[in-house]
Write a protein that binds this ligand. Structure first.
Ligand SMILES: NC(=O)c1ccc[n+]([C@@H]2O[C@H](COP(=O)([O-])OP(=O)(O)OC[C@H]3O[C@@H](n4cnc5c(N)ncnc54)[C@H](OP(=O)(O)O)[C@@H]3O)[C@@H](O)[C@H]2O)c1
Length: 278
């Protein structure tokens, strides 16, 4: 698997595996994780909110593959924000994963703009705790998720360490150019959550026409588009053939014209989760 280099030199596999709400029932989720590891995924995206860190830790252990070969991301949730709570949440995450470090730790959502009133302080206090976890060697890289430009600007005013990653909703039909441009200028790698708009863009007529043109699937068009934008997609699938297909995206390249065509698609598949209104 190809890797991207974060601003601190850490290498991250450029396709990750999403673990939020798999389409399989809970008890089958361990099988999904084992299948994903067998299919070659080493980069896994979890969060304390997903309630599956324990299963992910078990799957890594059961695989027999050394821990250092994995890239594990977790996140502190909105109701766990603040300096002390973040430290407690992180300790609980490590314990559930049964690991002594995570590769990437993120603030899952910024506080609502203006609600609570001290949203700026809550974001920066949370970040301060995360910076310390990084300096203590408990996390190899740190970042944020769902931060738009004004959230990032606020953090950048106070931070000692610039976030290395911003994980945002990003797929054909929802491309967040302003935030991506801001991140690019500051060396912040963008990760793309819901690369298929939770499946909503896979039947889009324009993407289907591109799939026919390049002799691939629409999911491969979505992933290739995200990679060519310089971002890291986090596809999720509970089907082994799809897990494999979602990594098989290096045999073709979208033309500049088709990239432009996708970027100018009408909004489609937006989750409805706007970070200031969630
Ligand atoms: N930071 C955040 O706030 C945030 C928010 C949302 C998500 N995320 C992360 O992003 C990850 C991915 O997003 P997501 O889970 O919302 O959805 P997604 O990856 O955009 O879409 C998943 C859907 O696409 C289908 N699919 C996958 N591969 C396919 C293929 N090759 N062909 C046809 N259908 C395919 C899956 O069905 P099958 O299972 O049947 O294949 C599933 O229904 C999450 O799991 C999570 O880790 C982060």
């Amino acid at each position: 698997m190809k890797k991207v280099k974060l601003s601190n030199g850490i290498q991250m596999p450029e396709i990750g595996f999403g673990t939020y709400l798999t389409t399989k029932e809970d008890e089958e989720f361990s099988t999904v994780l084992a299948d994903a590891i067998t299919a070659g995924y080493r980069h896994f995206d979890t969060a304390s909110f997903y309630k599956n860190e324990r299963q992910l830790g078990d799957a890594v252990k059961k695989s027999g593959i050394p821990r250092k070969d994995f890239f594990i991301t977790s996140k502190v949730n909105l109701d766990e924000m603040g300096y002390e709570k973040t430290k407690e949440t992180f300790a609980a995450t490590l314990s559930r994963l049964d690991m002594n470090y995570v590769d990437l730790y993120l603030i899952h959502w910024p506080c609502l703009n203006g609600e609570p009133e001290n949203w700026r302080e809550l974001d920066t206090e949370t970040w301060k705790a995360i910076e310390e976890l990084y300096e203590e060697g408990k996390v190899r890289a740190i970042g944020v998720s769902n931060f738009l430009v004004h959230h990032l600007e606020n953090l950048l005013l106070e931070c000692r360490i610039v976030p290395m990653v911003d994980q945002i909703e990003f797929h054909p039909g929802y491309t967040q150019e302003e935030t991506r441009e801001f991140c690019k200028e500051r060396g912040i790698v963008v990760e793309a959550w819901s690369p298929f708009g939770r499946g909503a863009v896979l039947e889009d007529e324009y993407l289907l026409s591109l799939a026919r043109k390049y002799h691939v699937s629409t999911s491969q068009i979505c992933l290739r588009f995200i990679l060519q934008c310089g971002a890291v997609p986090l596809p999720k699938s509970s089907s082994v053939p799809r897990m494999k297909q979602n990594q098989d995206v290096y045999g073709f390249e979208l033309s500049a014209e088709d990239m432009k065509g996708i970027l100018s698609m009408r909004e489609k598949g937006f989750s409805g989760f706007y970070p200031d209104k969630i």
